[in-house]
Write a protein that binds this ligand. Structure first.
Ligand code: PEP
Ligand code: MG
Length: 600
């Protein structure tokens, strides 16, 4: 943490550093969205004021009930039943008469302030539940922690309206989950900064899809920033300026304007052909999570969808989506993108993506557990409904089908059997579908790389999912901030995995795209293109930037770059070399742009 001189309001300008995960520059006041942000100093209350404290407490319970009900009404339809159960659990704890009575007795008997009394009562419950070996009870401890914060803030009178009050603020949190992000989308926040998080978690992916400047992995951020502190969060460099001086603020506003100008300039790339300087074709396509994102993709020019993560349809619905509901969503995207292709990936639930309609037991290692194709094959009725919906949509445009987390040939055989069953059913019902729908697989676990030569004979295309591949190859949890420094696309083992996949696919003459976040990493683009990646499927915010990089290189130069990278021994050497290449290639780019992003 670098300290600089004091500004007019006598607050010191301080620079903090994290990992940029979503480009853009946010300027605004901080809003701490975290249970740790409560201070409850003990106060001795004179006897004649005890009743005031009790009234304050009762009012806080009443108001929090109202707050919760408002949230349930606002976001209720947009979240899963599982998430709504969390709110129901909050409501039950909030109205628990034992907790209320104990708090009132504590205020009376010990003559203490209401927030301190409630904090202690709730902390005792929380501790007891955390110590339990029952995973259900353990989860309730988290509910208590969150609720405790809500009520205490109400007692302390630091309540803010849930809607609109976060507008233009920079939300600071220990770590937001997917549900928090859904709730924030209503609030038009300026940016997000987190202490934890990972570059390729699904929370990060959604933040990027929402085009919100964001930074993760800022150590001890909650101890350093308070609500209403003035901040600049630079999602390009990972720099956070706390209490910026006037002249710093002016500079940052200029940077933000420059960034917006650059963004506008990229739109010029939208209509130009996807060819390199030496006239080699490439494909840039989009990763989407929700069907509404398709309009943003269209605004970036004529681009296809390289990855439609359909699990979000299953997560945002209250119940299991019907075949018809799924069909509507796939059809909308397919028709809008036509004649370009849409690669629909069958649902990849599990891991950090909780399926509300499935009774999942909590798993010790969910990323090594019941996930993706494993879940699909274990629930053939649900899987077949999705396959039917995809096949029906396939006649309306250019559809490819993709399977997640393939680890063996058996999984392909089993899926093919189900696809054939669905085709036979559709035929017998005179329902149209594309009988030759291209079917491909994600290459995202080491076993798939090792078997790539055999898998290539079974499918029509590969798409490399580096988000998972990196975590499985390097044994680094993609969402664990503690080991985030070890999670790196440029590890030589990851590059070898990619190269070996490409080699196997080439032999079988099937195309290989990449839809992991590495494809949207500017530094990686020449290297990947040189290795033979033909399609880069990236988050919409990166579409035109990646296209522009590819338009600025020649294939033979990219090949040279990739050959050199493959000879280097360490991640650091590879990254440094690629940074040098980028600096030479784009010498006039400054830090307001995305090329100079540093992930360190
Ligand atoms: C990947 O693993 O790289 C990928 C694209 O899939 P997801 O991020 O949805 O796991
Ligand atoms: Mg994956």
């Amino acid at each position: 943490m670098k300290k600089k001189s004091k500004n007019k309001s006598n607050c010191q300008e301080v620079i903090l550093k994290g990992q940029p995960i979503s480009p853009g520059i946010a300027i605004g006041k901080a809003f701490i969205l975290d249970e740790d942000y409560i201070e409850t100093p003990k106060e001795r209350i004179p006897v004649h004021k005890i009743q005031d404290q009790i009234d304050k407490f009762k009012q806080a319970i009443h108001d929090t009930t109202h707050d919760l009900q408002t949230i349930i009404d606002q976001v209720g339809m947009r979240v899963s039943a599982h998430k709504r159960e969390i709110f129901d659990a909050h409501m039950m704890i909030l109205e628990d008469s034992q907790i209320i009575d104990q708090t009132i007795s504590e205020i009376k008997n010990k003559q203490i302030n209401a927030d301190y009394a409630y904090f202690n009562i709730m902390r005792n419950y929380q501790r007891a539940l955390s110590a339990s070996s029952d995973s259900y009870l353990k989860e309730r401890a988290t509910d208590i922690r969150d609720l405790k914060r809500r009520v205490i803030r109400r007692i302390q009178g630091i309540h803010r309206e849930q809607t609109g009050n976060l507008k233009d603020t920079i939300v600071i949190s220990h770590e937001l989950n997917l549900f928090d992000i859904y709730a924030l989308t209503n609030n038009k926040v300026a940016g997000i900064v987190m202490q934890g998080g990972g570059r390729t978690t699904h929370t990060t992916i959604i933040i990027r899809a929402l085009e919100l400047p964001a930074i993760i992995g800022v150590p001890r951020i909650l101890q350093k920033i308070k609500t209403d502190d003035m901040l600049v969060a630079n999602g390009l460099t990972g720099e956070i300026i706390l209490n910026p001086e006037q002249k710093t603020l002016k500079k940052c506003i200029k940077k933000r304007n420059n960034f917006k100008k650059y963004e506008q300039q990229y739109l010029r790339v939208a209509g130009v052909p996807s060819v390199t300087l030496d006239k080699n074709k490439f494909v840039v396509s989009a990763n989407i999570e929700l069907s509404d994102e398709v309009d943003s993709v269209i605004a970036h020019g004529e681009l296809g969808i390289g990855l439609f993560r359909t699990e979000y349809i299953f997560m945002s619905e209250d119940k299991l989506p019907t075949e018809e509901e799924q069909y509507e969503k796939y059809m909308t995207v397919v028709k809008k993108i036509y004649p370009l292709p849409v690669t629909i990936r069958t649902f990849d639930l599990g891991g950090d993506k909780i399926a509300p309609f499935v009774e999942t037991e909590s798993e010790k290692n969910p990323f090594l557990g019941w996930r993706a194709i494993r879940m699909c094959l274990d629930m053939p009725d649900i899987f077949k409904k999705q396959l039917r919906a995809i096949l029906r949509a396939s006649v309306l445009g250019n559809v490819k089908l993709m399977l997640p987390l393939i680890t063996s040939i058996e999984e392909i055989y089993a899926t093919k059997l189900l696809i054939e069953e669905v085709k036979t059913e559709l035929k017998s019902q005179n329902i149209d579908f594309d009988p030759h729908i291209p079917t491909g697989i994600m290459i995202e676990v080491p076993s798939a790389v090792m078997l790539a030569d055999r898998l290539a004979k079974e499918v029509d295309f590969f798409s490399i999912g580096t988000n998972d591949l990196v975590q499985y190859v390097l044994a680094v949890d993609r969402g664990n901030a503690r080991v985030a420094n070890l999670y790196n696309f440029f590890h030589p083992a990851v590059l070898r995995m990619i190269k070996s996949t490409l080699k196997a696919a080439k032999k079988q003459n099937i195309p290989v795209s990449m839809c992991g976040e590495m494809a949207g990493e500017p530094l990686a683009v020449p290297l990947l293109f040189g290795l033979g990646i033909s399609e880069f499927s990236v988050s919409p915010v990166m579409l035109l930037k990646i296209k522009q990089i590819l338009r600025s290189i020649k294939f033979f130069e990219a090949e040279k770059i990739s050959r050199h990278c493959m000879r280097l021994h360490t991640t650091d050497e590879i990254e440094r070399y690629l940074r040098g290449v980028m600096d030479k290639m784009f010498p006039r780019m400054d830090e307001d742009n995305f090329f100079k992003r540093s992930y360190k």
